[in-house]
Design a protein around this ligand. Structure first.
Ligand SMILES: *Cc1c(COP(=O)(O)O)cnc(C)c1O
Length: 420
């Protein structure tokens, strides 16, 4: 489902004209479509029909409490990678029993808080973490229900910065050591190893690597059962890609077929952790053109959004489609343009070498597919206030995070008395 649509030449999100959002909330601003979010969730769940499975939305893709709450209302749980994200999930109303805690560097206090909250499962990524978790659980008088995240050494065929299932990546326990780690888990006090977890990367568009990874998971489950460890849960991770530009959309049906064929007959409860797939296409970043600078090689369109608001182009060479909020006259000639922000870095660009309609100061544009890893990665670099977020529902919308004010931003700093 497309998050935006032109009506009479003007771009809308659901029934709200984006010009109106820009006028009322200001730019830059992230805008998300609730209908698109709900559609994505329903599509995912219906593709998983018949499987004994739960969806734990990977909160880090877009952790606004309103987004988590919207998914929670549909039945989703949450996959969190910090105690901050766990608090967000709880604040959004997600029951603790539907929260999975992943991540390679959990600290003692985070483990203790997660155990206290009584979350569904902690996904452990190393033997050192296992030992610490045992200590924390014993001290708290709790039993930690856990899965071990394995590293299957499978190439997910994605960008180097978002591949996670190769030996050289920091994530998970080497497949070859997994059985030994489970044996340690079984013998340590305070631990209840019940699951195997895997997550091989993000923005995966070819689903074949999933088959390789899930076959290894199935083999491990069988081996562990032989070892006397009663595994009855599998966490399949996330990673399904979306269409930003020219890439093929991964087939959800194909993906679920792989799941059924590899781990479907083990009698395990399955967890899916889609992040990007759930929210990537539900949102746009709406920005206003400040200046147009004709250059010798190309036009520079300077907009009021920048790498601090959306870092994906800078960080991953990511592509985001660009659309004008008002369609140009038919026949208007397109211009080769770079879309850049005001930040003092050459890496501060949102798009390079695009054929765009002629744009002028004051025009509005959107960067498409900005719902995932957009607002969550925003910073205040160059003392630019954190970008606001809006959720659209039919004819109405709500600001789900107001724009930070400069006063709030500055108030966070403290000058020590001995410098005054
Ligand atoms: C980031 C992450 C996800 C979600 O990845 P997407 O590519 O956004 O679907 C799922 N599980 C774990 C453990 C993660 O770290």
């Amino acid at each position: 489902m497309n998050a935006t649509v032109y009506r009479n030449g003007r771009l809308h999100m659901e029934a709200v004209p984006l010009e109106r959002l820009a006028a009322e909330v200001g730019t830059p601003v992230y805008c998300y479509s609730l209908a698109a979010l709900q559609q994505n969730y329903r599509d995912f769940v219906s593709a998983a029909d018949g499987l004994n499975a739960a969806v734990c939305y990977a909160v880090k893709a877009n952790s606004n409490v309103a987004i988590i709450a919207a998914l929670n209302r549909l039945g989703a749980g949450a996959d969190v990678v910090s105690i901050g994200e766990m608090r967000r999930a709880l604040a959004a109303g997600v029951p603790a029993g539907k929260i999975v805690f992943s991540g390679v560097g959990k600290k003692k206090a985070e483990m203790a808080e997660a155990l206290q909250a009584g979350i569904m499962q902690i996904n452990v990524e190393s033997e050192a973490e296992l030992r610490l978790l045992s200590d924390v659980a014993v001290a708290a008088g709790k039993t930690a229900t856990l899965a071990v995240r394995i590293n299957p050494d499978v190439d997910a065929g994605t960008h180097a910065k978002i591949t996670t299932g190769k030996k050289e990546n920091k994530f998970g326990v080497d497949y070859d050591h997994a059985r030994r780690v489970y044996a340690v888990a079984k013998q340590l006090p305070g631990l209840n190893p019940v699951g195997v977890a895997v997550h091989i990367g993000s923005q995966i568009t070819d689903v074949k690597p999933y088959r390789a990874a899930y076959e290894l998971v199935a083999e491990l489950v069988r081996n562990l059962r032989r070892d006397g460890i009663a595994i009855d849960r599998i966490d399949l991770g996330g990673g399904l890609g979306i269409v930003y530009g020219q890439e093929n959309a991964p087939s959800l049906t194909e993906y679920m077929k792989i799941v059924r064929e590899t781990v479907g007959d083990l009698g395990c409860h399955l967890t899916f952790e889609p992040g990007r797939w759930m929210v990537g296409n539900i949102g746009v970043l709406l920005a206003e053109v400040i200046y147009v600078k004709p250059g010798q090689a190309r036009n520079f369109v300077v907009v009021d959004a920048a790498m601090n608001d959306l870092i994906r182009p800078t960080l991953y060479e990511a592509y985001h489609g660009i659309k004008p909020v008002i369609l140009p006259e038919s026949g208007a000639e397109s211009v080769l343009s770079d879309v850049v922000g005001p930040i003092c870095e050459s890496g501060d660009y949102l798009a390079k070498g695009r054929e765009l309609p002629p744009l002028a100061s004051g025009d509005l544009i959107v960067l498409e597919s900005a719902g995932a890893y957009g607002a969550v990665m925003a910073s205040t670099y160059n003392t630019r206030p954190l970008v606001p977020e809006v959720l659209v529902d039919g004819e109405r919308y709500a600001v789900i995070r107001p724009r930070q004010t400069l006063e709030e931003l500055l108030a966070a700093d403290r000058v020590p008395p001995w410098l005054k």
